[in-house]
Design a protein around this ligand. Structure first.
Ligand SMILES: *Cc1c(COP(=O)(O)O)cnc(C)c1O
Length: 380
């Protein structure tokens, strides 16, 4: 059996090596390292795949979020609502821009932002909501969009973990994660569902005006060459990364299918294990399983993680500390106990290996080991 990894990018590369090598070699041969045709080709292909009007490539997912927020014309002290249980980048860019991050609790089952909590967090200063489609499943966007509309708020989706996930509206129409709100952001960090071989990100929108502004902000605030209309940043996807992404986009549906098969295997194997809660499958979203994240009940999560490690199975805690308890974000507004679902999840989540190259043998070994360690009552 191949050693088990959280993410196995070596095996995935071996499967597509000739395509990737040729695509990278072309960039080197042509020396089109920055703004090469690969960047435009990939952006066009991704826009078509997502059914969105504009794809603006960026240097990484954090930049994508920052540029999106910069384009909204917010001013210091304006409030932006984010979930309390997420990767730090979501709130970091809000704070960096001098805006005020306001966190909202999540739903314990989906682990995504709670619509009730958002409703309670809205004040006259609220200007935007940044829902995160955590672990690969969409937040409940229909009621969120309604709430945003009623309160005249922007919705900027953090779709860094959810490329390809589909939100299903109550009338049956479907939209891909990142194309539902005013702006969507994604990351092409190597371990993301669509990952490059370095850093990369992108912004999506159907709004022509916002697109123009974000394009300019990502390029030093420049609309006409050397005329800078606004303060911008320098955030680019380089051509080698775009070349890799162009190849991998053609495999993305197949990759998603492989993740979903692995998740189904885990679900079946843990169905009768009372110590574990498998990831909830929301009716309103497909799940692309960036992570397969269990909730460990009646057993110490960190002990389980250590026992798995000893058995050659890596497992990760995404995320051990909720935003409101992070040193940099903890202030007098927040106390331990304020966000019970988020705090509960931080104490009990455990993500198992999840990638496109998990073998039946590996899945069998992982699930049997987990069930052996905490499936039996004498182990609790
Ligand atoms: C990965 C990630 C980001 C940041 O992406 P980078 O490309 O690493 O900057 C932001 N938000 C979430 C939820 C992420 O998972």
């Amino acid at each position: 059996m191949r050693p088990i990894q959280m993410v196995d990018l070596q095996t995935q590369y071996q499967q597509i090596k000739p395509e990737i090598d040729a695509a990278i070699q072309k960039v080197i041969d042509d020396a089109t390292f920055i703004k090469g045709p690969q960047v435009t080709d990939f952006s066009v292909a991704l826009a078509s795949w997502l059914s969105v009007r504009h794809v603006i490539p960026t240097g990484n997912g954090t930049d994508a979020l920052q540029i999106a927020l910069m384009a909204l014309g917010l001013k210091e002290g304006d409030e932006v609502i984010t979930p309390d249980f997420t990767f730090i980048a979501t709130a970091e860019v809000v704070a960096l821009l001098g805006l005020t991050p306001v966190v909202a609790d999540v739903d314990r089952d989906t682990m995504n932002i709670s619509i009730d909590a958002v409703r309670k967090a809205i004040t006259p200063k609220t200007k935007a909501i940044v829902p995160v489609h955590l672990f690969g499943q969409c937040a409940d966007m229909e009621p969120l969009l309604q709430l945003a509309k009623e309160n005249n708020l922007y919705v900027v989706e953090d779709a860094c973990q959810a490329i390809g996930a589909e939100y299903i509206f109550s009338d049956g129409t479907r939209k891909k994660a990142g194309t539902i709100g005013h702006i969507g952001c994604t990351s092409f960090f190597p371990s993301k569902n669509l990952g490059c071989y370095g850093d990369g990100g992108a912004i999506f929108t159907d709004d022509d005006e916002l697109a123009k502004r974000m394009q300019a902000i990502a390029n030093h605030g420049m609309v006409i060459r050397y005329h800078h209309d606004m303060v911008g940043v320098n955030s680019r996807l380089d051509s080698i990364q775009a070349a890799v992404l162009g190849v991998k986009l053609t495999h993305l549906d197949e990759y998603t299918g492989q993740r979903q098969l692995a998740a189904d295997y885990y679900d079946r194997a843990f169905a009768n294990n009372k110590s574990l809660t498998c990831p909830a499958r929301a009716k309103y979203s497909t799940h692309v399983f960036h992570q397969y994240t269990l909730q460990v009940n009646n057993y110490d999560r960190d002990t389980l993680r250590e026992q798995l490690r000893e058995a050659g199975i890596p497992a990760m805690v995404y995320y051990p500390v909720p935003l409101h308890m992070q040193k940099a974000y903890h202030d007098q507004r927040y106390r331990q106990g304020d966000f019970p679902a988020s705090e509960y999840l931080a104490s009990c989540v455990l993500s198992l290996p999840m990638h496109t190259c998990l073998t039946q043998e590996q899945l069998e070994y992982i699930t049997q080991t987990v069930n052996r360690l905490i499936g039996q009552s004498d182990n609790r």
